[in-house]
Design a protein around this ligand. Structure first.
Ligand code: PLP
Length: 429
């Protein structure tokens, strides 16, 4: 991000919004366009949108197509662009019968897809069987799935985080999944939903999508792939293989607001069967009747999400895609990966810190890392976080901020070294 360019464009945007409100009376109250008007115009004519500022400035409440054809159609266009960048199978594109929607968070994507399959399943087996539905994931799955399960009314007892191991690199093992399903079926329960993760929060594990989808398919289970932070990296050819097997899933989501130069909130969700979402989430009150909806030619995004009202989030994503383009977006991700590798190299080169035997006892090791993290964060020189992976207390240095450079990694590493050495002295006294 060029600071001067940001200043210049920001000022332009303020002028644009001030003019818009000054002249607001010249605009028609009601949209004057026909469905599918935007694809033909989406190049230069809307190139001045400046993302979030415009989204807030316009305060568009585009719950259905008629409320804002631009917000609706731009979202569908941008989601198809992104699907192509990620090389998602065409069954996830609007043109292939699927489609994408922007939610606020992954938690919302979980909840909506869970509700979609819950309704579909209950319509077959009867509403009285709600407490038989089972949701599978690994013990590395983000905790927001559990929250969504609670909200979706699925029994907490039927939430199955399957144990992963270090020897499997903390990936969900397809045979462990199958075993869990068989046990549940024997207990008279109904397997419903599986969440696979590409890039788990604690350990960056990537679940084997293809084999897991194969198992799930045998039992009629909906598969959601959560690639919240890692998904954006899959626009790079060298990382795309992490999504291999996604063609067997029913839905896929990633947070553009994590590692894709987009601000909160912007979770991109694609589904193969939008009718599963709309059947479960639609409400059609008299007050919203309109010809466009009746024509069934338009997307009414209110039926793809929890809330009625929705922001024009596609604007900021559109702006990111247009202003960076795929090459610079790839450069951005690849640059961060190089920085992460650099920090790994620094660590491996430090005789003490790079050696796991520096503190051989597991309990002492965890205690040491806990104290080290506290000491680093208390210094104010950096902010790091931790995870406990396979019983081991791990400190993270997260590389993902826009302005992160080599000098920041070097500085952070020096900080770790200084605090670790000081702490080691107290251990070895
Ligand atoms: N899934 C993964 C892998 C994550 O890392 C996170 C957040 O860090 C989430 C889900 C939750 O995302 P959200 O806050 O958008 O619900």
């Amino acid at each position: 991000l060029d600071h001067e360019e940001f200043r210049r464009q920001g000022h332009m945007m303020i002028d644009f919004l001030a003019d818009y409100y000054q002249n607001i009376e010249i605009y028609p109250f009601h949209s004057q366009v026909e469905p599918d008007y935007l694809p033909a115009r989406s190049n230069g004519s809307i190139a001045n949108f400046l993302g979030e500022m415009l989204c807030t400035g316009f305060n568009t409440v585009g719950f259905n197509w008629i409320a804002s054809p631009a917000a609706t159609e731009l979202e569908s266009i941008v989601m198809d662009w992104l699907a192509k960048m990620l090389k998602l199978p065409s069954s996830f594109h609007f043109s292939g019968g699927g489609g994408g929607v922007i939610h606020a968070s992954t938690c919302e994507a979980f909840l909506c897809t869970l509700t979609a399959i819950r309704e579909k399943k209950l319509s077959v087996i009867g509403r009285e069987n709600l407490d038989k539905l089972v949701v599978y994931c690994s013990d590395q799955t983000h905790f927001s799935l559990k929250k969504s399960v609670q909200i979706a009314g699925i029994s907490p007892e039927n939430f199955r985080p399957i144990v992963t191991t270090k020897s499997d690199s903390f990936q969900l093992c397809p045979e462990s999944l199958r075993l869990a399903i068989i046990l549940d079926l024997e207990a008279g329960l109904v397997p419903l939903y599986l969440c696979c993760t590409v890039g788990t929060t604690s350990s960056t594990a990537v679940d084997p999508l293809g084999p897991l989808c194969d198992v799930a398919k045998e039992y009629g289970i909906w598969v959601h792939v959560d690639a919240a932070y890692a998904g954006g990296a899959c626009i790079c050819p060298e990382f795309r293989h992490f999504l291999d097997g996604v063609e067997g899933a029913n839905s896929f989501s990633f947070n553009a607001h994590k590692w894709f130069l987009t601000t909160l909130d912007c979770c991109c969700l694609w589904v193969k069967d939008p009718s599963a979402l709309t059947n479960a989430l639609s409400t059609n009150p008299e007050i919203l009747n309109n010809k466009a909806t009746e024509s069934k030619q338009v997307v009414d995004y209110k039926d793809w999400q929890m809330a009625l009202s929705r922001r024009f989030r596609a604007l900021k994503l559109w702006l990111v895609l247009c202003s960076y383009g795929i090459t610079r977006l790839r450069d951005f991700v690849q640059g961060h990966v190089k920085l992460a590798k650099h920090s790994e190299w620094l660590l491996a080169g430090d005789k003490k810190l790079g050696s796991p035997s520096v503190i051989p006892n597991d309990e002492d090791f965890n205690e040491f890392n806990r104290n080290l993290l506290e000491s680093i964060n208390a210094s104010g020189g950096a902010r790091m976080v931790y995870a406990v992976v396979g019983g081991v207390y791990v400190i993270w240095l997260a590389v993902g901020a826009t302005f992160f450079e080599y000098r920041h990694v070097n500085k952070a590493f020096k900080l770790v070294q200084d605090h670790a050495n000081a702490l080691l002295c107290t251990y070895w006294k």
